[in-house]
Write a protein that binds this ligand. Structure first.
Ligand code: FNR
Length: 314
């Protein structure tokens, strides 16, 4: 991770990068509830390199817009200094082009190295102690080499390439990495069994020996896991999320996807069915009883558009 500015990765709790989930509304929700740092979904350098940076005066956002008009990355003042841009790249030159493009608008840039690496694809099991030791040695050596490149921090997931997210976490690998470098290590991978409540975040940080903690699934299911004051009911979290989605004109499909992830096993409940049936932002808002908020927000945004067209103040 390269830090642009003064973002510290020591003793922080972060929203992990999640494809489709880590768009602006989820990042703002995580910040509202107490996350210190929020990662965007992984964005591929090839697509980002073709984007235009556009200041959106109506939404008060900065948008990175693809040639087909799709907004690949949207950010706003509220997350300035806290948003980490995660890039998928296999090309250092293109990565640099994209890093320069987004640098003024993000707090740091993260390169996703969680994809298959030769060192981890060579082995399929760590049940065998010599194999486990080799992986441990290679993990330590890798994070040390990464540290030498001058990055600000490194996040360690604690699973092998062939393992699924449902498999138990290798806490010892995170501990080994944390003990091997002096830059902050961010412990990740604890959502399934280790981190269920806000208090567990601190326990995960301590037992892993890492400086910081990054949460993906626990936050996706109920982002109020970041709240020091305790969790909020799912319905409240969904409403808070939807308000951000409406305010920032999030794509309806993306909004619906995230709400369905939150619903999990309640996706067939009456509320779940209403969300599933909704096709537009207006319909999703109605499903959650936020039609009034939706309409008021649309009116406000329209007033801004009108003011911008007539050249007056909004
Ligand atoms: C992920 N993960 C992930 N990782 C990454 O580096 N870039 C990404 O874009 C994504 N996308 C993604 C989407 C979804 C829906 C999930 C659930 C996960 C992996 C994620 O950041 C994290 O490393 C793992 O989920 C383990 O952490 P948790 O879930 O145990 O907290």
């Amino acid at each position: 991770m390269a830090a642009a500015g003064r973002l510290s990765f020591s003793n922080i709790t972060a929203l992990a990068p999640m494809v489709r989930v880590g768009t602006l509304p989820m990042r703002l929700l995580a910040l509202d509830y107490g996350a210190d740092v929020v990662y965007c979904e992984e964005l591929i350098d090839i697509k980002m390199a073709k984007c235009q940076r556009v200041v959106n005066d109506v939404l008060e956002t900065v948008d990175f817009v693809a040639p087909d008009e799709r907004v690949m990355f949207r950010t706003c003042e509220r997350e300035k200094g806290r948003v980490v841009f995660q890039m998928g790249t296999a090309d250092p030159e293109r990565a640099l082009v994209v890093a320069r493009l987004v640098e003024p608008d993000v707090a740091a840039i993260d390169v996703n190295m969680g994809c298959p690496k030769e060192y981890s694809t060579k082995v399929s099991s760590c049940q065998d102690p010599p194999v486990a030791l080799t992986i441990l040695d290679e993990t330590v050596s890798l994070v040390q080499r990464i540290e030498q490149t001058g990055v600000a921090a490194v996040a360690v997931h604690g699973r092998l390439k062939d393992e699924r997210p449902r498999h138990p976490l290798h806490l010892d690998y995170i501990q080994a990495a944390a003990g091997a470098v002096s830059i902050p290590v961010i412990a990740n991978g604890g959502s399934l069994d280790l981190v269920k409540t806000n208090k567990d975040i601190e326990d995960f940080r301590r037992t892993s020996g890492a400086s910081s903690v990054m949460l993906a699934r626990a936050a996706m299911w109920n982002a109020s896991v970041f709240r020091a004051g305790g969790p909020l009911p799912l319905e409240t979290v969904m409403e808070d999320y939807l308000k951000h989605a409406i305010r920032y004109n999030n794509h309806a499909f993306n909004t619906k996807y995230c709400l369905c992830q939150m619903l999990r096993d309640k996706v067939e409940s009456p509320l779940g069915r209403r969300v599933q049936a909704a096709q537009t932002s207006a319909e999703i808002s109605e499903a959650l009883g936020l039609q009034e908020f939706y309409q008021q927000t649309q009116d406000k945004l329209q007033a801004r558009r009108d003011a911008a067209h007539s050249g007056g103040a909004p």
